[in-house]
Design a protein around this ligand. Structure first.
Ligand code: PEP
Ligand code: MN
Length: 339
């Protein structure tokens, strides 16, 4: 939509119209009491490239169509996308999916111990990082391929599908071999080459929102995966940077119902990385369930004090069954049962 200034002349309106018509878009001129608006129906990129803002008489160009396409609830699908992973349904509004496990695979015993505990309590999938994005290059970066092998063992032991992060395109083959769900971390949400590689691997992708990314940007990142023909994408709100420093990040719970309105993709919440403090994790999880999330990805450890990464936010494995019961009760308020 091109909005003309109140002073724009008929000749200036005609010039804009003529310029638009060179791109083949359908043009509708709408004279108003104060200003004239010109609707351009067709390719938005082509219109953006015309540089109409520089023409005399033009006040502003307002995009009406949304920047994301394949992820959009309007443009792509009739109903919600439902992912089926290891017999569990995610999305669709009748199930709630719990993904739980350690931040990082530290050892065979630690990972399998947590996997057994979360499975017994009703988790649908096991999370755990083998390649970790760390703020400091001197921090523990995970066990790498050995960590992936431990995750595969944990899957064999418990039957839980494995969610693990693809940090770098060079790990793609190893991740493809061991992961059931490929996580794209918050720091990589706008690593477009990585998103395309993840899309091509043909496994479900859990896409985390960037630390400072808008929801429009999140959905455009999802488009990068979807355009590779991979329709199995779930989105994850994990907290964003704001002026508030009391919590590690600010969990944007409003993102959940907003995303439910604007995309057909399932939406899950990560209360652990948002809070950075286990005392907040359960209340935020209950809120996430109540606000309509399709699931939660949460960090759990048998001995959080000894954890090599993110110990302060890890739930105690021994408390996880109580946690699950409370969160499931909140999901039940919306008619959902644990996936
Ligand atoms: C994680 O899930 O372990 C992680 C590093 O999360 P994020 O990318 O959201 O920081
Ligand atoms: Mn972590």
């Amino acid at each position: 939509m091109i909005v003309m200034t109140p002073q724009a002349t008929e000749a200036e309106v005609a010039a804009v119209r003529a310029r638009l018509e060179t791109t083949g878009v359908h043009v509708v001129v709408m004279p108003g009491e104060l200003t004239t608006a010109i609707g351009a129906i067709g390719d938005p990129e082509g219109v953006a490239e015309l540089g109409l803002e520089g023409m005399s008489g033009v006040d502003r160009v307002v995009p009406i169509s949304r920047p994301y396409k394949l992820a959009s609830s309007e443009l792509y699908h009739q109903g919600p996308t439902v992912l089926e992973i290891g017999g569990h349904r995610i999305g669709g509004g009748d199930t709630f999916c719990l993904i739980a496990g350690p931040c990082t695979v530290e050892s065979r015993e630690q990972t399998i111990g947590v996997a057994r505990a979360v499975r017994a309590a009703g988790a649908a999938m096991l999370r755990g990082g083998a390649f970790k994005p760390r703020t400091s290059p001197f921090a523990f970066k995970g066990l790498g391929t050995a960590g992936l092998e431990i995750l595969s063992e944990a899957r064999e032991e418990t039957g839980l599908p494995v969610v693990t992060e693809l940090l770098d395109t060079q790990h793609a083959d190893a991740i493809h071999e061991h992961a059931d769900v490929i996580q794209i971390g918050a720091r990589n949400m706008q690593n477009y080459a990585l998103l395309e590689v993840a899309g091509k691997l043909g496994k479900p992708v859990l896409l985390k929102r960037g630390l400072s990314s808008s929801l429009d940007e999140l959905l455009q990142a999802a488009d990068y995966v979807l355009k590779e023909g991979n329709e199995s994408v779930m989105l994850c709100e994990r907290g964003i940077r704001t002026f508030e420093t009391a919590t590690r990040f600010t969990l944007d719970l409003g993102a959940v119902p907003w995303l439910k309105l604007h995309t057909h993709l399932p939406v899950i919440v990560d209360p652990s990385h948002a809070a950075g403090d286990r005392r907040l994790v359960e209340p935020l999880s209950r809120a996430a369930a109540a606000v309509g999330a399709d699931g939660i990805i949460v960090e759990v450890h048998e001995d959080p004090d000894a954890a090599l990464c993110d110990g302060p936010q890890a739930l105690y494995a021994s408390h996880f069954a109580d946690y699950t019961r409370d969160v499931a009760a909140h999901a039940a308020l919306l008619g959902k049962t644990l996936a």
